[in-house]
Design a binder for this molecule. Sequence first.
Ligand SMILES: Nc1ncnc2c1ncn2[C@@H]1O[C@H](COP(=O)(O)OP(=O)(O)OP(=O)(O)O)[C@@H](O)[C@H]1O
Ligand SMILES: [Mg+2]
Length: 401
Amino acid sequence: MAFTLLPAIGRDFIGRKSEVDRLVSLILKPTDLLYEEKKGIALLGKRNVGKTSVLKKIINLVEKEGIFCLYVSLDDLTDNSQQNFVKRVVILILNTYKSKLGFEFNVEDLFNTPMGMLDSLLKNLKRGLSEELIINLKLLLTFDREKKVDMNSVFIAMFSLFDMLAKETKTKLLLVIDEFCGLRNLKDGVDSNLLFEKFKSAVLKYENTLLLVADSNKPACEELLLRQGSIFEGFFHVEDISSFSKEHIQKTLEKNSGKKIPENALELILDFTGGIPFYVQFIGRMLGRHGFVSANSFDQKIVSEVIQDFLEQEANILFREQMNRLSNKEKLILVCMIEQDLNTPSSISKEINYSQTNVRRFLSIMEEKELVVNTKRGVFEIQDNVFKLWVKNLINKEVKN
Ligand SMILES: Nc1ncnc2c1ncn2[C@@H]1O[C@H](COP(=O)(O)OP(=O)(O)OP(=O)(O)O)[C@@H](O)[C@H]1O
Ligand SMILES: [Mg+2]
């Protein structure tokens, strides 16, 4: 059994062939489309749909073609400060280029190396590196020793370092930023709009570096890259990563378990998961524990039991915190949407006797929290079907008690 809740890599990666092929060929042979009109690629899709898995798959394939890749995620930062972020990225990029630069030391130690020694280390790097690159590097390795840091110039140095390294080592670099919009949540320093502006103007000058980003936060993406007048309007070639089809779900389950899945059981899983691979993997793991592997016959009944069990137990752990982060009014709206099957501010406002403007305002906040999604003008849907079913299950239990 190889069901996993982590990004799917290697043999665990199922499907997405056409998306991956298209993106890889776009990266390997950037067409005029990418170089003259669009400056980067953006993978957009719901939470847990498999964006990171696609990024990792692409990295794996293009690295084999000699492209240097830098993967940075805004998701797993323990320290959300801009300083910490820059330090992490500098460590990653220097590790990526370590052999090309002739670095023989531990990159992390450079941040604590005494100034004089650092100077001579940098001077002794591979010959032919420009003075400008060395100055940038020095700034990036020493900025946090200063009492007052000008994060603006630190970011400018970092943004230009990527392409300088690529150019001066005669390599191509794929700069991958996962949860891209999360850059705006970094604390203590430059205002986020200014940060994005600076980044954009740096990327526009890139010659050997291609930008690939991913994000799932729809309102953030709208505001930053999709909406007319947004900073990155028209900047990215956008690729939507969609939910799994029935065939993909079948393949994931059958490949990882070695068993055939009957059609009715498959339908049930499709219905429940909404094609979100994360839940397919989760249910797969649970089916394993329910004797699915040893049983010869595997039917809809076992799947129903597993789904119910999931809603009663695992889902509590997954969703309880998300629920607790909602205000009372947001909870009220959520329950109303689910219990009464409502999806417009006007119908919700009538039901809970609250002004339409306020309902709309709360829905926007809930959208920002990636709980609801604005599908059509004035229509909001609960984004995650499993979360919706979990809340439904809670409501039913409350009614029974
Ligand atoms: N192509 C795939 N084949 C099999 N499983 C997949 C695939 N893509 C994603 N998954 C599974 O779905 C889950 C979520 O994957 P991943 O982390 O790549 O999604 P994501 O969209 O980046 O999520 P998030 O929104 O949390 O960043 C994981 O359990 C992963 O194993
Ligand atoms: Mg991800």
